[in-house]
Design a protein. Structure first.
Length: 278
C-alpha cells in the first residue's frame, strides 16, 4: 500500500510541475498544424478590413492570424495589457503615448501602417472659413485628437496656438487667439460623432476617419476640411515592450507594408486612408 501511495504522490508532483511550466502568454503559440497563432485586436474599419487582406498572405508564411474587433479606443489596450492579444492595430502614435503615460502600459510601436486624415464635417457650411462667429464645434473627448483639430483650424487662420508647444499635444487651453470666438465642445465618445453629424447637431463636427467610413461617409467628398496626409498621426501595430522583435510580429508588419496590401489600401479607400512604410 505504501508503495502505491508513493507512486501516486510522485505522479501528482510531476503533473503539478508540468502545469507550472505552462505559460498563459498567447504570443507565438502554435496550433495543431504547426502554424504560429497571432491574435490582433483592431477597429472594424479600416484596420480589421486591412488585416483580413493580410490573412492569406500570413497563412502562407506559417502564421494563423486571428482578428478580434473592437468598437472603442479603450478596450484594445486593456486586452493587450492582459495578454488577451499579441498586438493591436487601431491607434495613432500620440494616442499610444498618452495611453502609456496615463496607464503605465509601456507599449511600443512595432511599425506604422497607415494614416487616416481626420476630417471636419458640417451640414450647414461648405468650408471652415464659412463658420460664423460663435460657431459650435463638436469633437471627441479624446484629448489626443484635439491637437489635430486645433492644428487644422490654425492652418486655416481661424485660431492661433501658444507658440513653442508640441502641436500634437495641443489642448483647447492652448488657444491664445480665437477671433471668431469658436466654441469647442469636447464631451462625446468618438464613435458617436458620425450620428451627431447626421443629426445636424452643432455647426461642425470633427470625426475620425475610421468612424466616418464605417458610418458610410466619404472623407474625401463629405468633409469640409481634411487633415494633410503628411500628418504625424500614423496608425501603428502596438505590442508589449520586447515583443516588437518577435518573428511573427515582424512578419505581420512586413506583410502590411507589402505592395499588395498598400495597393489594396489605396484602391479601397481612395485617399481616406493613406498607406505608409515606417
Amino acid at each position: 500500500m505504501k508503495k502505491w501511495l508513493t507512486l501516486i504522490l510522485s505522479a501528482a508532483l510531476v503533473l503539478a510541475l508540468a502545469a507550472c511550466g505552462k505559460s498563459t502568454d498567447k504570443s507565438e503559440s502554435t496550433d495543431k498544424g504547426g502554424a504560429t497563432k497571432l491574435v490582433v485586436g483592431a477597429s472594424t474599419v479600416p484596420h480589421a478590413e486591412i488585416l483580413e487582406q493580410a490573412k492569406p498572405i500570413l497563412k502562407k508564411k506559417g502564421i494563423d492570424l486571428e482578428i478580434k474587433t473592437f468598437t472603442d479606443y479603450i478596450l484594445p489596450n486593456k486586452a493587450l495589457a492582459s495578454k488577451e492579444l499579441d498586438a493591436n492595430y487601431f491607434q495613432h502614435i500620440p494616442y499610444l503615448n498618452s495611453q502609456n503615460k496615463e496607464f503605465g502600459y509601456g507599449f511600443v510601436n512595432a511599425g506604422g501602417i497607415h494614416i487616416e486624415p481626420i476630417g471636419v464635417y458640417s451640414k450647414k457650411y461648405k468650408s471652415l472659413k464659412d463658420l460664423p462667429t460663435g460657431a459650435h464645434l463638436i469633437m471627441s473627448n479624446s484629448v489626443a485628437d484635439h491637437g489635430r483639430l486645433l492644428s487644422l483650424l490654425e492652418a486655416q487662420g481661424l485660431i492661433k496656438l501658444k507658440s513653442g508647444i508640441d502641436k500634437t499635444k495641443a489642448e483647447i487651453k492652448d488657444v491664445v487667439e480665437n477671433p471668431k470666438k469658436l466654441v469647442f465642445d469636447a464631451n462625446y465618445e468618438a464613435k458617436l460623432l458620425p450620428q451627431i453629424y447626421k443629426n445636424g447637431e452643432g455647426d461642425a463636427v470633427l470625426i475620425n476617419s475610421n468612424y466616418a467610413i464605417e458610418a458610410g461617409l466619404n472623407p474625401m467628398k463629405d468633409a469640409i476640411a481634411l487633415e494633410d496626409k503628411n500628418s504625424p498621426y500614423v496608425n501603428v501595430i502596438a505590442v508589449r515592450k520586447g515583443d516588437e522583435n518577435k518573428p511573427a510580429i515582424k512578419t505581420l508588419v512586413e506583410v502590411l507594408h507589402s505592395k499588395e496590401i498598400q495597393d489594396f489600401i489605396i484602391k479601397k479607400y481612395k485617399g481616406a486612408v493613406v498607406p505608409v512604410s515606417q
